[in-house]
Design a protein around this ligand. Structure first.
Ligand SMILES: *[C@@H]1O[C@H](CO)[C@@H](O)[C@H](O)[C@H]1NC(C)=O
Ligand SMILES: *[C@@H]1O[C@H](CO)[C@@H](O)[C@H](O)[C@H]1NC(C)=O
Ligand SMILES: *[C@@H]1O[C@H](CO)[C@@H](O)[C@H](O)[C@H]1NC(C)=O
Ligand SMILES: [Fe+2]
Length: 706
């Protein structure tokens, strides 16, 4: 008689438990066990108490609550009480030993035949009669009638498989994955996306948690009710005064959004936002004026300290430029018979001796001409304000569409789909990457509807769907591999030494911490370049990303295959950085910075000024969207940057997919580094008048999940 001891862990999320019958079959080199029902007295698969705590906090969402769900321990490890709740042990008896264990099959049989009582199984740990302990990670929902075959033990690459049963299993799994997750072509200029069009079709393993989906709906309902109640939603009224704007979203203020609404007119805060705001991606050092932007010494003299010239300051590296060329000539939409507006401007900045970035000159269209004046801080106040409004609005739209939606959301989806299709669960890169795609497919399907659908918030912008697609297409064709790798990006833009650039300071450190973690995990599994070469699954993965994501654009510099271990380390670092850090940088401050519409608007109802001295406050208010559209945008920003209770921060892997002690240690080291960095950033922020907290590791989610 051989006895196998099984420890079965059920998830702690809401409704993770099940009343259904669970059967297990073990497969080993010497044969297979009988199909055995797991049955102890009492309810076997309860989700434990954590779930009741969670449903209780559903309504209130503050950081304090999310932080009591997990605590940083002194070693830097994170404990997620809500992830895995309860473990029960069972005995499975065989008449003979099964030899080396290969596979564990889980079957769920419906107990109440009408209901699908899903079960979230974290893992099954098996103690063999020979005294070996093997973990079979599962970490997914299992529906009735589903059979799930789990592999245990250490991660393996395809050429390391020896046993015929496992080779066969690996092939079957990949075939299933490829039929389950398919690429679909939307707009021809854009990355391919997942073929599901409705969230109800999504396999359980990639669906949003019930908790998060409730919170999103709750937030949306609350927002809508509030706006209805105030008679703002759908209102066609135009704004009459700045004070009217202040009345909106009274209950929705954050300290940052309040700060923005007080300081929006100030030039230094205008400059601040190009470094420390939600779009730190566009500005670069300027060593020579573009020929289409004829700023003269005369124009900027009043704004430079006595005796300094533009030429000298340019040589010293104190002059910066933001060029919105990518927006040029994109068709705008017509609203109620009137064309909407958006410009493609240029703005010159000066890094002054106090370390503040001050705008020096703004030209709103690309082609220099008499009707395209260069606006200056010394112009009449309303002219300058209007110029800043147009420039900032274009920056906002570009940031939302290119830097947020395309580069973080849609590229994350490409990485996610390629990972789901090309790697079996036993592959080391599946184990490493899959936590970084939590909820991404679900969120993007919802996002395509909520932002780009017929009633979508972004389609209410000046561009409309056609313009948005055009902009995104241009964005993709200009996106290079090097642009996605932060250290290269910062250097290419000449921003290595510009002072007070907190996005750069925090993001570069995060890049290094991620890279060193990725490097240790990848090198552990790929000791030589030959391992990279032989891993056909890995090669297929990068080929799908190149083909489906970057549309085979060789000029992008995105690799189509890997030759060295270093190449793999760099690419995987970029993937994790993009879906976590870069997304947090462009996502988390949206409400803070953009709910105050005068500070930049996705829609502009009036053309840009063509002459100076004719603008009034009225002109400014008329350019803004009407009340209904303004609140629609603000509501979108709220939804997109809200915080959710079951957020998993960067580096926390509540799903234990790696079982080897040295790999677990690498994760702990990674978490310790992040924890130090978090303290360092908090300390710095405590000394700042306006803290930059978006890249505090505790605030960065592991995946694009909102
Ligand atoms: C946006 O905000 C910044 C800082 O608050 C301000 O300087 C800038 O003028 C605002 N933009 C517009 C268009 O008003
Ligand atoms: C960035 O933010 C910090 C903190 O508020 C501020 O001191 C610094 O001046 C900002 N940088 C610029 C260029 O405005
Ligand atoms: C830097 O990154 C941003 C955002 O990904 C991108 O739009 C920009 O083109 C990059 N710039 C350079 C010079 O790589
Ligand atoms: Fe987002």
């Amino acid at each position: 008689m051989a006895e196998y001891k099984l420890s079965v862990t059920t998830g702690g999320m809401r409704h993770a438990g099940t009343l259904d019958n669970i059967f297990i079959i073990l497969f080993g080199t010497e044969g297979q066990s009988e199909r055995t029902r797991l049955d102890n007295s009492g309810i076997d698969f309860k989700s434990g108490t954590a779930s009741s705590i969670l449903s209780y906090v559903t309504i209130k969402k503050t950081q304090q609550i999310s932080s009591h769900l997990f605590a940083f321990n002194p070693l830097g490890g994170l404990h997620f009480t809500f992830f895995c709740a309860q473990t029960r042990t069972y005995s499975l008896k065989c008449s003979f030993s099964l030899g080396k264990l290969l596979l564990l099959k889980v079957e769920k049989d419906s107990f109440l035949h009408l209901l699908d009582d899903r079960w979230y199984c974290c893992k099954v740990e098996v103690m063999t009669p020979e005294g070996e302990e093997i973990a079979f990670p599962c970490f997914r929902w299992i529906s009735s009638g589903e059979e799930v075959e789990l592999r245990g033990g250490k991660a393996l690459k395809v050429f390391e498989e020896e046993h015929p049963l496992l080779i066969d299993h690996r092939n079957k799994e990949l075939k299933l994955r490829k039929s389950l997750y398919q690429w679909a072509v939307g707009d021809k200029k854009l990355p391919r996306h997942i073929h599901f069009t409705d969230i109800s079709e999504l396999p359980a393993e990639v669906q949003l948690s019930e908790l998060r989906s409730d919170e999103i709906h709750h937030s949306k309902r609350k927002m809508n009710t509030e706006l209805m109640f105030k008679g703002l939603a759908g209102s066609c009224k135009e704004w009459k005064s700045i004070e009217d704007l202040e009345k909106v979203f009274k209950s929705r203020k954050t300290s940052m959004s309040e700060y923005v609404s007080k300081h929006w007119k100030e030039d230094d805060f205008f400059g601040y936002q190009f470094l420390n705001g939600t779009n730190p991606n566009a500005i670069k050092r300027c060593s020579k004026l573009p020929p289409n932007f004829p700023v003269t010494e005369e124009m900027v003299k009043p704004c430079l300290p006595n005796g300094l010239t533009l030429k000298d300051e340019m040589e010293k590296g104190n002059i910066f430029l933001c060029d919105q060329r990518i927006m040029e000539g994109i068709p705008t939409r017509v609203k109620d018979g009137n064309p909407l507006h958006m410009t493609a401007g240029l703005c010159l900045f000066y890094m002054n001796p106090e370390g503040k970035l001050m705008p020096l000159a703004i030209q709103l269209n690309q082609k220099a001409s008499a009707e395209n004046p260069i606006f200056l801080p010394t112009d009449p106040e309303k002219d300058w304000l209007l110029a800043k409004l147009f420039f900032k609005s274009a920056d906002l739209l570009e940031c939302e569409v290119v830097h947020h939606l395309l580069i973080t959301h849609f590229l994350s989806e490409v990485f996610a789909v390629a990972t789901l299709r090309c790697f079996p669960t036993i592959h080391p890169l599946h184990k490493l990457l899959i936590p970084h795609f939590r909820f991404t497919l679900h969120i993007n399907i919802m996002g395509r509807e909520a932002l780009l659908g017929p009633d979508g918030a972004l389609c209410a912008s000046s561009f409309g769907l056609e313009g948005l697609m055009e902009l995104m297409g241009r964005g993709l064709s200009e996106t290079t591999y090097s642009a996605l790798c932060l250290p290269e990006n910062i250097t290419a833009r000449g921003l290595d030494s510009i002072p007070n650039f907190y996005y750069r300071d925090d993001a570069l450190k995060l890049w290094d911490v991620i890279e060193s973690f990725v490097s240790s995990v990848v090198k552990d599994h790929y000791p030589s370049d030959d391992d990279v070469f032989k891993d056909t699954e890995l090669q297929e993965w990068i080929d799908e990303i190149f083909t489906q994501g970057f549309l085979e654009n060789k000029q992008s510099g995105v690799p189509a295959s890997f030759h060295t271990v270093e190449e793999v380390v760099k690419f995987v670092t970029m993937v994790i950085f993009t879906v976590s850090v870069q997304h947090a940088a462009v996502n988390n401050g949206q409400f803070d910075f953009h709910s105050w519409i005068p500070n930049g608007s996705l829609q502009l109802q009036k053309p840009p000024p063509t002459f100076k001295g004719q603008s009034r406050m009225n002109t400014f208010l008329q350019a803004l969207p009407n009340v209904g559209d303004s609140v629609k945008f603000a509501a979108m920003f709220w939804m997109l940057s809200d915080k959710y209770t079951d957020m998993v921060p960067l580096g926390a892997f509540p799903e234990e997919r790696f079982s080897e002690p040295h790999l677990k240690q690498m994760i702990k080291d990674f978490q310790a580094e992040l924890s130090y960095l978090s303290e360092e950033i908090s300390l710095r922020n405590s000394k700042l008048q306006v803290p930059y907290a978006y890249l505090n590791p505790k605030q960065i989610e592991n995946s694009v999940a909102v």
